[in-house]
Design a protein around this ligand. Structure first.
Ligand SMILES: [Ca+2]
Length: 740
């Protein structure tokens, strides 16, 4: 395959990060595949489905036996190609159907399983009478509307149910002198129950500080019953401009509790009861999926409500969000100092962080990261797959090499810019005692990165990835005039979204007043005592008996109850870094593995029920200059229902991302090393540049990239057939040539 071919439209990149098992190894190549279209695992009409079964050889598959719900259906299959038999099986029953592939008809244990949902119809009418209040599990639940929604060209027919829980609750005073002293709160929820149901329940998570009901149609056409909630406050109502705007619900303890976990619990229990009433059966499988704050909610359900959901997808989760707030304040102070030194002061008198770095400056940093680290994964492709080797000591010399010898130009970085970015990425937000209050960041090219193949090759590139910028410093404002422009800071981390949450929600007691006008939130963050702020996230009071850190952060490491209930968790973690440190996630995953493991290394214990995938060059919740398009949900369904753990995630580069550009040589040689994985050193040569923080602490453990090879006949990359242990710890893995 040519380089150009490898970098062509479907650039197939293995995004597996922390070790996985080769999916086929357990069943010796036996597999069942649905040929149903458009949805392979859901049959809305009829009772037949086309199925393919395969094994390594034709002889092996011809000896095999196929069962549907325990009945032998082997006779409908015939050899269609070497190693594969296909056939159309009839007799699907409403609900979940189980296909089993047995190596011979004498076998007891199937070599492969495939669950197929045939649509189940409602047992009662879509009307208020079908959902009596007395039958609902949560007190103070009110169903406000029940509507039968006819099918449209884009949406399946369903029963739409809206309701509230604890509506009209009068909250605590938001702030002295506020326009409204007390607001009302309530959980608003919505459920959609399809006419053709796949016997499953799906709940999407929220985003930001929530405050509205997320869309409930994402998987309706796939047959899922869906429900979601607004987390207990309403942005259209609960917004005090003197108390952080829409973060003002943080002044009310019960609103904090609802936001942290309670609203999801009561909505889940309510929705499952509605499903039971409507279809006369409970869901066979339940799934939760979310990113950002929704990703936090996903991790939350695995820890607080381990039996609520069978499969959970968590994207870029805000899992230690109160500590993120502290870090964001640290970052704001770094940028404020940089802005002051350059006289970047707005008409409000507030340091203006947006213009502390131009897009070109960030592109210089991105290129420096690539110079330092791109090759460390064995492949120069514009992406940093071996994030654990790309440490600050590796990157800093290259960054320092960009220091301007004279005046600042577009081709160099000022010394204080380099200092600020090194502090932001490498320090973990130390307090005045030098103690880190959060985690270091991952160096990743996605801090900028060109988003146009043409611009990638021009020194004055204009189309720069703005994902990191939007969260951390805000968009560059070319028309900004110091001391004149009344332009507020734009960084989501410390100026707006975080700027409200840091004083109102994370701090106990809330820091008041926290005005939103005149760039007040950014000014508050930039000027507040950092040590005091860092301590405030652990604070309690008479009105707030539990700190917001204890309420909101979901970094428990003992996930045994979720594991014991058969739950499966998939976390996908972009590396480009918007609001949350990807390294913090790697650290937590390492700690969690230690907590659940039985003394075995290589993440064996964690991997059995929770898998973490790192995505280089991908922004917060998607986009960016890397192969950003992924489907993390289907692999979880396959894991939960068929027992096939995801060995990899498939990442493709959407149109107009430079990953498609041959000039970037992405996909070069067909093998991308996707670190980190853990192997025990076992006498392998010590490599000080590797190992990351924890690896060095443990001494005997190295973080190294495992190797991958192209699966025959497909562009998809998968772990090589040999276990990485030992072999991948060899020094040969780190040469610029691919590791074999
Ligand atoms: Ca690379």
């Amino acid at each position: 395959m040519t380089d150009r071919g490898r970098a062509s439209f479907f650039l197939l990149l293995l995004l597996a990060a922390i070790g996985t098992a080769f999916a086929d190894s357990a069943n010796q190549g036996y597999a069942i595949k649905s040929l149903n279209a458009p949805n392979p695992i859901f049959v809305p009409n009829g009772d037949g489905i086309a199925i393919a079964v395969s094994a390594r050889t034709s002889a092996a598959i011809e000896r095999a036996s196929v069962r549907l719900n325990g009945h032998d259906v082997t006779s409908v299959f015939s050899l269609s190609e070497p190693g594969t038999m296909t056939g159309t099986v009839f007799g699907l029953q409403p609900g979940i159907n189980t296909f089993e592939l047995l190596k011979t008809n004498k076998d007891k244990q199937p070599a492969a399983i495939l669950k197929i949902a045939k649509a189940k119809a409602p047992a009662v009418a879509c009307s208020a009478a079908s959902f009596p209040s007395a039958a609902l599990p949560v007190p103070n639940t009110v169903i406000t509307s029940v509507t039968a929604v006819a099918a449209t060209p884009t949406l399946a027919a369903h029963c739409l149910i809206n309701g509230t829980i604890n509506a009209g609750r009068i909250g605590q005073e938001t702030s002295p002198g506020a326009p409204v002293s007390r607001y009302t709160y309530g959980i608003i929820w919505q459920a959609r129950l399809p006419n053709e149901w796949n016997s499953k329940f799906y709940m999407p998570g929220g985003g930001g500080t929530d405050g509205s009901v997320p869309g409930t149609t994402a998987r309706l056409n796939q047959g899922y019953a869906e429900a979601a909630n607004n987390s207990g406050h309403n942005n259209a109502v609960n917004s005090d401009p003197l108390a952080g705007g829409t973060a003002s619900f943080g002044t009310d303890y019960l609103a904090r509790v609802d936001f942290a976990y309670n609203a999801i619990d009561v909505t889940t229990r309510t929705a499952k009861r509605l499903i039971d009433l409507y279809y006369d059966t409970t869901p066979a499988y339940s799934y939760f999926e979310g990113c950002s704050m929704g990703g936090r909610e996903a991790m939350m359900v695995t820890q607080r409500f381990p039996a609520h959901f069978n499969g959970v997808v968590s994207g870029d989760p805000a899992f230690r969000i109160t500590k993120v707030g502290v870090w964001a304040a640290y970052e704001g102070k770094q940028l404020a100092a940089l802005a002051r030194s350059r006289d970047l002061i707005s008409g409000f008198g507030v340091p203006f962080a947006n213009n502390t770095f131009t897009n070109q400056d960030l592109q210089l940093i991105s290129n420096a990261v690539l110079t330092a680290c791109d090759h460390l994964d064995g492949l120069v492709d514009g992406m940093v797959n071996n994030s654990q080797a790309c440490t600050t000591p590796v990157v800093a010399p290259v960054l320092n090499g960009l220091r301007c010898s004279g005046d600042k130009t577009a081709a160099c970085l000022a010394g204080d810019q380099i200092t600020a970015i090194l502090n932001i990425y490498g320090s973990g937000a130390p307090n005045s005692q030098g103690v880190p209050q959060y985690a270091p960041w991952m160096w990743d090219a996605g801090i900028a990165g060109c988003t146009s193949p043409v611009d990638c090759n021009t020194p004055t590139a204009a189309n720069i990835n703005g994902g990191w910028r939007a969260w951390n410093i805000g968009g560059f404002n070319a028309s900004f005039i110091p001391h004149v422009s009344n332009t507020p800071n734009g960084a989501l981390n410390f100026a707006s979204l975080g700027g409200g949450a840091i004083p109102l929600l994370f701090a106990t007691p809330p820091i008041l007043p926290a005005p939103t006008a005149n760039d007040g939130l950014a000014s508050l963050i930039m000027n507040y005592d950092f040590d005091t702020l860092a301590a405030s996230i652990f604070g309690t009071s008479a009105s707030f008996p539990v700190s917001d850190t204890a309420l909101l952060n979901v970094d428990a490491t003992d996930l045994s109850p979720f594991k014991a209930s058969g739950g499966k968790l998939l976390i996908w973690q972009p590396q480009s870094g918007g609001p949350f440190s990807p390294q913090d996630m790697v650290n937590w995953y390492t700690e969690m593995n230690s907590a659940v493991r039985g003394g075995e290394d290589n993440f064996k214990a964690a991997r059995s029920f929770a898998r973490l995938f790192l995505l280089p060059g991908v922004n917060h919740c998607g986009g960016g200059p890397g192969t950003s398009a992924i489907d993390p949900f289907s692999p979880v369904v396959n894991w939960v229902e068929n027992g096939i753990a995801p060995a990899s995630l498939l990442g493709t580069a959407p149109a107009a991302t430079p990953a498609r550009a041959p000039a970037r040589r992405l996909g070069l040689d067909g093998r991308l090393l996707a670190g980190p994985c853990h192997v025990r050193a076992r006498g392998a040569p010590s490599r000080p540049a590797l190992g990351g923080q924890r690896g060095r602490q443990r001494g005997r453990q190295l973080r190294v990239p495992r190797r991958y090879e192209r699966r025959r006949g497909a562009g998809r990359l998968s772990p090589g057939p040999q276990a990485p242990r030992g072999a991948c710890a060899a020094a040969s893995c780190y040469r610029s040539s691919p590791c074999r």
